[in-house]
Design a protein around this ligand. Structure first.
Ligand SMILES: Nc1nc2c(ncn2[C@@H]2O[C@H](COP(=O)(O)OP(=O)(O)OP(=O)(O)O)[C@@H](O)[C@H]2O)c(=O)[nH]1
Ligand SMILES: [Mg+2]
Length: 475
């Protein structure tokens, strides 16, 4: 009894280092951030991860599960009263109904708490009862991390950089024309600000459709309830030598500063700064399919996003985090069920190469990183067809029609990904228009109709290994 208590006391003290104290006891909390650019697969990932952590028959790669140490897992009310709850039940219902469909696109940050009862392993196992470990999952758009680049930049610096960057893009021609009419304006009206913001948002929308992802300020495309507020009604203007005190340029500068302090900063302070494990989801296959430009842009944007995990580089963030840091970062190429498993290692290699610079620096900052190819939900089955006299490793699934309904069944071969990632990354860096070595086509599949046995979560690819990397050491 005494030994048990002692051991427990020690264990709890050890756990409580760096953990949030919750309730009357020290119950460790893992705060897992899930991010990625729009449509990268965040909502489907969280839904399937939670379903598979509640019903763990398909999670052999999670060591605590394989060892039989997880006695239960259950959903709990989340600790943060002002953050919307992740709508797990409705997302799961969408994916597992008789006519399954993908969940709706998400507009804001949301959160869910899952708690485990775990028996400790090793020597303590026999002495101690199960302990509770909380997993707080936070879903937030990766675009918001791009705002970190704003925090250390003045309006003049951001504007100059942004305008130089977008000048060669066709999508920006309209906006660049509009701002010509707003040079050196000594006075302004609200409609001026609205015209500018509308033109700039129009550019951002066009740029997103064209596959660009350096779209700041991050909230312009996902304004949520802040739509129309002054902090979201501005645009970059060419720096002026002597802007009038009550002029348009100064007003835009003021709104930019308000955006930074009242929109961007609270996110970094209230959400980002508290994350200790992070998964960054990347639709690598989608970018390969769109071509070298989209791929290079994705690589650069990921670099910008990942800057957030190297606080040393950013004065604002260093002050906010005060030495606290993300311990593990997983880079997951999602939707790997579009590929036969024989191509997964090539996809992982490409994912790894895309984030190589950022990863090297994150390692330097003390975070453990890993790249992986995953599918949160398997929408396909593998199939080997005979094609031009040889076998062709394909996947088969129900196609998604352009209207979003379930179409016919089809087999797909997306093209052969090179084992050497440089064969894609080099032409992308060189700014080629299209791939010369091969064609990469990706079809969209509808989620498969599932027949789950009791205890089983939805079928996936490597979600258990992802979970092991992200939280296995704390269970
Ligand atoms: N085949 C397959 N498709 C997936 C998978 N995960 C996501 N998708 C596809 O990617 C789309 C986007 O997935 P979401 O989870 O909604 O992505 P998100 O990052 O939450 O998107 P936003 O909320 O709009 O930023 C889905 O509608 C599916 O078409 C997967 O594991 N397999
Ligand atoms: Mg989402």
């Amino acid at each position: 009894m005494v030994i048990g208590r002692l051991a427990e006391g020690v264990a709890r003290q050890v756990e409580s280092v760096g953990d949030t104290v919750s309730g009357a006891f020290f119950e460790p909390v893992i705060r897992l951030g899930v991010t990625g650019l729009a449509r990268s697969g965040k909502t489907v990932f969280i839904t399937s991860l939670v379903a598979n952590l509640l019903d763990r028959a398909r999670m052999p790669g999670l060591v605590a599960q394989a060892d039989g140490r997880i006695t239960t897992a259950f959903l709990q009310p989340q600790p943060d009263d002002t953050v919307p709850r992740f709508e797990y039940e409705s997302h799961l219902a969408a994916l597992t109904s008789a006519s399954p469909h993908w969940p709706e696109s998400t507009r804001a940050v949301s959160e869910l708490r899952l708690s485990f009862k775990v028996r400790p392993g090793g020597l303590l196992g026999g002495l101690q009862g199960p302990r509770v470990v909380h997993l707080d999952i936070v879903d937030y758009p990766g675009e918001w991390l791009l705002d970190l680049g704003l925090m250390d930049r003045s309006y003049a610096e951001w504007s100059r950089e942004m305008l130089d960057r977008i000048a060669p893009r066709d999508e920006a021609a309209g906006f660049l024309g509009v701002i010509e009419g707003f040079r050196d304006k000594g006075s302004w009206e609200e409609t001026d600000a609205q015209t500018l913001a509308r033109a700039y948002t129009g550019y951002l929308e066009g740029a997103r459709l064209a596959g660009y992802s350096d779209l700041t300020p991050g909230r312009f495309l996902l304004p949520g309830e802040m739509a129309g507020s002054p902090a979201l009604t501005f645009a970059p203007l060419r720096p002026e030598d002597r802007p009038a005190r009550r002029g348009l340029w100064r007003e835009m500068e003021r709104r930019y500063d308000a955006y930074k302090s009242q929109v961007a900063k609270p996110f970094f302070r209230d959400h980002f700064a508290r994350i200790d494990r992070q998964v960054v989801l990347v639709d690598t296959l989608g970018a390969i399919h769109k071509g070298p430009r989209a791929m290079e842009d994705l690589r650069q944007t990921l670099g910008d996003i990942l800057g957030a995990f190297r606080p040393g580089r950013n004065r604002f963030l260093s002050r906010l985090l005060m030495g606290q840091r993300v311990e593990k970062i997983l880079f997951a190429a999602t939707k790997a069920d579009h590929l036969h498993h024989s191509q997964h290692s090539a996809l992982t290699g490409i994912m790894q190469a895309m984030v190589r610079d950022a990863v090297d620096r994150a390692k330097f900052a003390g975070a453990q990183t890993q790249a992986m190819s995953i599918a949160s939900i398997r929408a396909t089955v593998e199939e080997t067809l005979q094609h031009e006299g040889g076998p062709l490793d394909c996947v088969r699934g129900t196609l998604l029609t352009p209207e979003g309904t379930r179409g016919r069944m089809a087999a797909m071969y997306p093209g052969e990904l090179p084992e050497d990632p440089a064969r894609l990354l080099n032409p992308a860096r060189a700014g080629q228009d299209r791939w010369l070595d091969g064609e990469y086509g990706v079809m969209s599949f509808a989620p498969a109709v599932l027949r789950l046995k009791p205890g089983e979560g939805p079928p996936h690819i490597r979600l258990d290994r992802a979970a092991q990397f992200l939280l296995g050491d704390r269970l």
